[in-house]
Design a protein around this ligand. Structure first.
Ligand SMILES: C[S@@+](CC[C@H](N)C(=O)[O-])C[C@H]1O[C@@H](n2cnc3c(N)ncnc32)[C@H](O)[C@@H]1O
Length: 321
């Protein structure tokens, strides 16, 4: 049961996220990654307001993201990863972008409509944000994702449907799979650039919802099809995508579906699944289905057996044969 103070903490929770994003954008983590500097030196170097800079620096110390030694501030190993070249920087930008839409959550719940333009449209109007978003997914897969490579035999032919910038293609290929990463043309071009040096991965541009998708992929051409974080982007089309995945794998092959389902978890994870579902509803025309619904969807797509692996919530990894 949350107390009044707990509710106030929840309502002001955006402030810590905003402090982190501001510091990342202003270059504070770059500047403090080398020689520790005073607040005055940092404000001068960044051309920022001295009072605001001092409070931001002290807030970051309190949040565990900077260290203060006498009157000088230094980045930690973690906060350096939020610097301009840091791998966590795209995550900061992803969340800052979506935070604006979350302020209109009541509208999404009222109308059932997302607050953000469709992905295909954003790929044209805001490609930099889309690429950053996909880079953030690679980091999130590395930091929080399940070990999907453990489910695949070395040498297996894997087709990664909607593979983004290689969140799972990279670990699968490292484990010895031959991976074909499939995505929309704009994303396939970026993936081709970013994964050019990655052995074991080929990138192909195919619109999985287009009429020629199965012919382009090749019926029965894969031992394993991976469908990771794709179904939640779609409502009705999800069933069609699973039927396509079924036809792409050979007889006796496996389709691996990885989703963060909408089910409430336990303890600290109780709100995670439902909140993730809200995230999908705000950001996409889809939703985070619950585990039972995912299993029913796979059975409706024509699979004869569906097994859930032992990965606990917030993950659901389903093996369909
Ligand atoms: C949420 S991302 C997931 C990326 C990656 N699979 C992962 O788990 O991190 C969804 C990906 O599916 C791709 N995608 C969405 N619709 C698609 C379509 N119709 N054809 C091909 N790719 C599509 C998007 O471009 C994006 O890269």
């Amino acid at each position: 049961m949350t107390t009044a103070l707990g509710a106030i903490d929840l309502l002001t929770g955006y402030q810590a996220a905003a402090a982190l994003t501001a510091a990342s954008r202003l270059g504070i983590f770059d500047l403090t990654a080398g020689v520790p500097a005073t607040a005055g030196q940092i404000a001068t170097a960044l051309g920022t307001d001295p009072g605001g800079t001092l409070s931001l620096l002290d807030s970051l110390v309190g949040l565990g993201l900077l260290e203060r030694m006498d009157s000088r501030y230094a980045a930690t190993a973690l906060s350096a990863r939020l610097g301009s070249a840091g791998d966590l920087r795209p995550v900061a930008e992803k969340e800052a972008f979506f935070a604006r839409a979350w302020l209109d959550l009541a509208d999404t719940v009222r109308t059932g409509r997302p607050r953000i333009a469709a992905w295909e449209e954003r790929l044209v109007t805001d490609p930099d944000q889309c690429r950053d978003f996909l880079r953030a997914l690679v980091v999130l897969a590395t930091e929080t994702g399940p070990d999907l490579a453990a489910l695949v035999e070395p040498g297996a032919r894997v087709v990664d449907l909607g593979g983004g910038l290689g969140s799972y293609a990279v670990p699968l290929a490292r484990a010895g799979a031959e991976v074909r990463l499939i995505d929309l043309p704009a994303v396939a071009e970026w993936a081709g650039e970013e994964l050019a040096a990655a052995p074991g991965i080929t990138v192909e541009a195919v619109d999985l919802t287009g009429p020629g998708a199965l012919a382009a992929l090749g019926p029965g051409s894969a031992d394993v099809a991976l469908v990771s974080h794709l179904l939640h982007d779609y409502d009705d089309i999800a069933l069609r995508l699973l039927r396509l995945a079924r036809e792409v794998v050979r007889e006796g092959g496996t389709v691996i579906v990885f989703e963060l389902p909408g089910d409430p978890g336990e303890g600290d994870l109780e709100a995670f699944g439902p909140m993730f579902d809200l995230m999908m509803r705000v950001e996409t025309p889809g939703r985070a289905r619950r585990v039972e619904e995912l299993i029913d969807l796979l059975l409706a797509a024509g699979f004869s057996s569906v097994e859930r692996t032992g990965h606990p919530l917030p993950h659901a990894v389903l093996l369909a044969r």
